[in-house]
Design a protein around this ligand. Sequence first.
Ligand code: GAP
Length: 450
Amino acid sequence: MAENLMDKIVSLCKRRGFIFQGSEIYGGLANTWDYGPYGVELKNNLKRAWWKTNVQERNDILGMDCAILMHPGVWEASGHVHNFFDLKSDCKNCKKRFKSADLKDTAKCPECSGELTKARPFNLMFKTYQGPVEETGNQIHLRPETAQGMFVNFLNILDSRHPKLPFGLAQIGKSFRNEITPGNFTFRTREFEQMEIEYFVKPQDADQALEEWIQLRFDWYLALGMKSQNLRKRQHGKDELAHYAHACMDVEYNFPFGWAELEGVANRSDFDLKQHAQYSGKDLQYYDDTAKEKFYPYIIEPSGGVDRAVLAFLIDAYQEEQVNPSTRLRIDGEQSRTIKEDTRVVLKLNKELAPVKVAIFPLLRNRPEIVELAKKISRDLKKSFAAIYDDTGSIGKLYRRQDEVGTLYCVTVDVQTLEDKQVTVRDRDSMQQVRISIDKLKEYLVNQLS
Ligand code: GAP
């Protein structure tokens, strides 16, 4: 049943244009995914909501957008060259590769019972070369986290913006990890997007800041409509902590394949600033002009995955509803037609996340004056909302399609509209239909969507 839901999500994503297999026409590149027209809107809405809450609505957090390629010294200092490893074993028989942490028996292949090689460390950073010559001196890495770009700009931020503790830096961007076992659709991939905050605090305030941030981040998912029963917090055991972390709490989501990390909130202590100070030779201490002292701030880091959050919101919003076997739709005010709809699939994404807010249809595609009027209404609404025009199916099909992508309102122009200048507006969740005059339509939608 649980697996079934994941299959349904993957299928809906392809069918409706949210997420496609990467390089599909070439047989696909394993575990790469391309976001289609609705997927990119959903993803952008999610990132916009995160940016609004964490950057625009706060006085103490500044946004950044740093380079993916960084000086090799960064990864030496950060510890990623020496510590960012997973242990892997290969099956001598079927040649499959496994992450040691996932194995119950480290000697026997879980798939064919063949003999496994001894566990060997495998660095997760992608290597590439800068410039035309592929030699060791030119080797660089694709960043495995966006965080380091913010640490190495700490001094630039102090000098240009003069923030006082506590303050934070925030960034959204791509990260890359050569994961041994990617999978579960977009849950674990080798190329993914992160939304990270590095919040600098006085060392003595770090524990409290960690508690506050885990709650803030938990509440953010709830505020965007995620069901509370599908969210929980989990404290990391000492043996699970990353090499830089003193403590870490996860926000976990109840995915169809089990509870798993959506976002981590870590206390990175003064590890990163001290390391970069040592490796770069720059003084990265903060000067407290009230206490007249210099020190390395501690860093509290809420770090979430964009792709994972998109996946969790899609799963959370997916609903199959039994509807009235017949839904009566007005065609021209006098006639009526019966549309058979037993089960409808609907994505109950909240107003902020829904990729399309309003869809506009002409009820009759062969009536140019209806089509023209619907197109005109759509052109007007597009100036204010994420709106689409569609006339590529019967009204029943168009509703079904829009329900599946989570469109909040559908506006239909019919024969009667030509006389009374009113359109039918259908609400996604209640499926109630109301007649609204065209000149009040925008105001009506603004009120509904605000
Ligand atoms: N800077 C800290 C950091 O990167 P992390 O727990 O390794 O911490 C943070 O990653 C978040 O990034 C995770 O909670 C997850 O949402 C996302 N993430 C990490 N690895 C991922 C992967 N291979 N595929 C998709 N998302 C990933």
